[in-house]
Design a protein around this ligand. Structure first.
Ligand SMILES: Cc1cc2nc3c(=O)[nH]c(=O)nc-3n(C[C@H](O)[C@H](O)[C@H](O)COP(=O)(O)OP(=O)(O)OC[C@H]3O[C@@H](n4cnc5c(N)ncnc54)[C@H](O)[C@@H]3O)c2cc1C
Length: 282
């Protein structure tokens, strides 16, 4: 136990689509063969938790749900400065949609403790890309949720949060506990501060430096009914996936003038082009 805030940060391991490994010719990803990485959006969430820890003290607990190799995002998190990690892994989680992922992760947070003050998530992932998991977990935990946070300061036990909204910002003062999804306009993750410490300990007789900080749990540990996860607990049906072809066409920019003038130019172009408006807007 430590003084200060108890913060959980949710980190997901995703396929590295910048690498060709595991990408099938039709564009689908073979998750087993793909190179893996920490979801880039989650780096902002980790940074925010580490900043709060630096400002007011406390502990940062990294949590991931995934197959056993996903543990590497937790060792990474330790090297960045997280205090401990939890890997939720269980074959019965396979084929989970966002509803059942959020269900399992909210139970993992309850397992970590009823005294969690803040849960940080990324905005979205680079694979599933739904941005649903954070808000669904907040609902399950009955915690207020603040999405698109890019600045956060603690004052008198409350969080002063700046949210990115269309055309500007929104400032909020929120009591804790709360779940916060962090925007990618927030501070980028600083370099790993503790990598050398862990590497040296691993190379020395003091092996298991990561293991002693990371706990692996399954559905039974966190008291999840398997019927609520995996295929059984996932109402989402993926009807069809396909690779988008080249949609072609040309792009004409109207710029450099007042918006009214640009709109006039656009209307003129659409109404005078000999192909006719029907074909132009196809
Ligand atoms: C029908 C269906 C079947 C699926 N089957 C599988 C499958 O078999 N295997 C599989 O890997 N995926 C599967 N998925 C994808 C899986 O449901 C999503 O990856 C997962 O629900 C998270 O959603 P997302 O990627 O859109 O995350 P988002 O909602 O975009 O993520 C928002 C944030 O939530 C947090 N987060 C999300 N997921 C995790 C996680 N696992 N651990 C920790 N933090 C997390 C991160 O902080 C992230 O930035 C399936 C999806 C569907 C619809």
């Amino acid at each position: 136990m430590s003084d200060g805030l108890k913060m959980v940060v949710l980190l997901k391991q995703v396929p590295d689509t910048s690498s060709k490994a595991g990408v099938n010719p039709d564009g689908t990803v073979d998750r087993a063969r793909a190179k893996k990485m920490l979801n880039p959006f989650d780096k902002y969430a980790l940074q925010k938790a580490l900043e709060v820890k630096r400002a007011v003290g406390g502990e940062v607990i990294a949590v991931t749900m995934g197959p056993p190799p996903a543990i590497s995002v937790l060792s990474d998190a330790l090297e960045y400065g997280a205090d401990t990690g939890y890997l939720l892994t269980d074959r019965r989680l396979a084929a989970s949609d966002t509803l059942s992922t959020a269900f399992a992760l909210h139970k993992a947070i309850i397992y970590i403790g009823s005294d969690v003050d803040m849960v940080f998530t990324g905005l979205q992932t680079t694979d599933g890309d739904t941005a649903q998991t954070g808000p669904q977990i907040a609902e399950r935990l009955d915690m207020p949720q603040i999405t698109y946070c890019d600045r956060l300061e603690m004052k008198d036990g409350k969080a002063l949060v700046r949210r990115v909204v269309e055309g500007g910002h929104q400032d909020l003062e929120i009591p804790l506990p709360a779940l916060i999804t962090v925007a990618n306009s927030a501070t980028p993750l600083e370099p790993k501060r503790f990598a050398a410490v862990y590497k040296v300990r691993e190379l020395s007789r003091d092996k298991g430096a990561y293991d002693e900080k990371i706990k692996t749990v399954n559905l039974d540990d966190i008291d999840v009914d398997p019927a609520k996860t995996g295929l059984a607990g996932s109402p989402t049906v993926v009807g069809k996936t396909w690779k988008m072809g080249d949609i072609g066409g040309t792009c004409v920019m109207f710029q450099g003038g007042a918006p009214e003038h640009e709109v006039e130019q656009l209307v003129e172009r659409l109404t005078t082009d000999e192909r006719g408006i029907e074909e132009l807007i196809q």
